[in-house]
Ligand binder design. Structure first.
Ligand code: 5CA
Ligand code: ZN
Length: 408
């Protein structure tokens, strides 16, 4: 699939420190230790509606990972999927009388525009579920050869227990897994399943639903195997970061890790499982299914500067749940004006001190609120004529762009 383009990243003097991130599986902030090429897979959108602030928060979070690694000298191989065939798309098509493919194409195009406007660096590989169907079918066949698949009617299920480490990503009890599985698209009570947690890898064709002809018969892929297959095809095993929102910890990331680990007979699928917190609005997690949404594109079309939207997101640490508010956006608009005034000054306080502070905050589990405070203090001083470093306005402009993705 076509990705998007972003503005070039300014070069900074020196290099950032190695990035430490909280790993969901080990429940601790641990160093990421990528090789020269850092490999990251982030779960992409299901394109049946426009990008909301929850999505934006998640993709901006992983954009910060990308930027911190680049600053530390790594080449970043970033892969993201688009779930361009799944139940919600087909349901939306029925509700609106539109073609599911048209909805997917339109909303994916809008997502690209939103990401480019928010200055989110594009993935190197942007891969759709539909274009991956031959690969998914081949991977399901491999799972069959390994004895990890069985049929219920004509649908195929993955035996989650065929991976010894199943459960280690989310560390939930069986009872909790079962409960969440039912809430998030799973079918623990389907008669004929061996284990309630076994997950669908191939769904046989249903009347009036799209299907593809493969060696597995006519049908379409299950959700988790889509991400396992795309990640293995493009970045392989032991990836440095598997990312997404915290609503994906279970079942999605647990299941796709188990599938990949059985496929490759290797552990782990990812060295770090990284999850961004949930953004809420009107008292609930912002979600397409509930409809309590603030869209990036709606604000952009009303004339809100996308850099103010980005700053409103960056004001929250990626691991704290938070609520979108008008006051939050108003604060970000003010902050953007302050920063712009600062970098327009003829001089300011020492720029390399700000660079050091922002680098340190970001390398230590992406502490964006501290990074913003450091830039605020510098900008307030520069805008009021304090400081005598004539190089600092240009350096701060560059570092804010390169590390935080905020173009001034
Ligand atoms: N296509 C699948 C992943 S393979 C999917 O979950 N799509 S999605 O459109 O529902 O969500 C896209 C990304 O946004 C996921 O990483 C999800 O965890 C994240 N996300 C969804 N809602 C929120 C929210 N309210 N706050 C933060 N992140 C969210
Ligand atoms: Zn995914």
């Amino acid at each position: 699939m076509k990705s998007w383009t972003a503005a070039p990243v300014p070069a900074l003097p020196g290099a950032g420190a190695p990035l430490r991130l909280f790993d969901t599986a080990q429940q601790a902030v641990l160093p990421t230790a990528p090789g020269p090429v850092a490999r990251m897979y982030v779960c992409g959108i299901t394109p049946y509606d426009a990008t909301h602030m929850g999505h934006a928060f998640t993709y901006v979070t992983f954009d910060l990972v990308n930027r911190a690694w680049r600053d530390a000298g790594h080449d970043v191989h970033y892969v993201q999927n688009v779930t361009d065939i799944d139940d919600p798309l087909l349901e939306r098509a029925v509700q609106t009388g539109q073609d599911w493919q048209e909805i997917a194409e339109r909303e994916t195009a809008l997502f690209r525009e939103d990401m480019a406007a928010l200055n989110v660096l594009p993935p190197r590989d942007y891969i759709g579920a539909v274009e991956s169907i031959p690969s998914v079918a081949a991977h399901v066949q491999t799972l069959q050869e390994r004895g990890a698949v069985y049929a219920v009617d004509d649908d195929l299920y993955f035996r989650v227990r065929s991976d010894d480490s199943f459960g280690r990503v989310s560390r939930l009890s069986d009872a909790t897994m079962r409960e969440i599985f039912a809430e998030r698209g799973g079918d623990p009570d389907r008669p004929g399943k061996e284990d309630p947690l076994d997950c669908l890898v191939w769904q046989a064709a249903r009347p009036d639903e799209p299907s593809w002809d493969t060696a597995l018969g006519h049908g379409r892929p299950g959700w988790h195997i889509e991400c396992a297959a795309i990640a293995l095809d493009h970045v392989g095993m032991a990836i440095d970061v598997q990312g997404g929102g915290s609503d994906l910890v279970f079942p999605h990331h647990e299941m796709s890790a188990a599938e990949a680990q059985v496929l490759r007979a290797e552990h782990p699928f990812a060295r770090h499982y990284v999850h961004s917190a949930m953004v809420s609005w009107q008292g609930h997690k912002m979600s397409k299914s509930r409809g309590n949404l603030v869209f990036v594109s709606a604000l952009r079309h009303d004339g809100t500067d996308p850099m103010a939207i980005r700053l409103a997101l960056l004001a929250h640490h990626y691991r704290s749940d938070w609520a979108w508010t008008d006051q939050g956006l108003a604060g970000a608009i003010e902050r953007l004006a302050l920063w712009r005034a600062g970098v327009s000054a003829a001089a300011g306080p020492d720029g390399s001190t700000v660079l050091g502070k922002v680098r340190e905050a970001m390398a230590g589990d992406l502490r964006t609120p501290e990074a913003l405070d450091a830039v605020d203090a510098w900008a307030r001083a520069a805008a009021s004529g304090q400081g005598d470093d004539p190089a600092s306005p240009a350096l701060v402009r560059d570092l804010v762009d390169a590390l935080l993705g905020v173009r001034l």
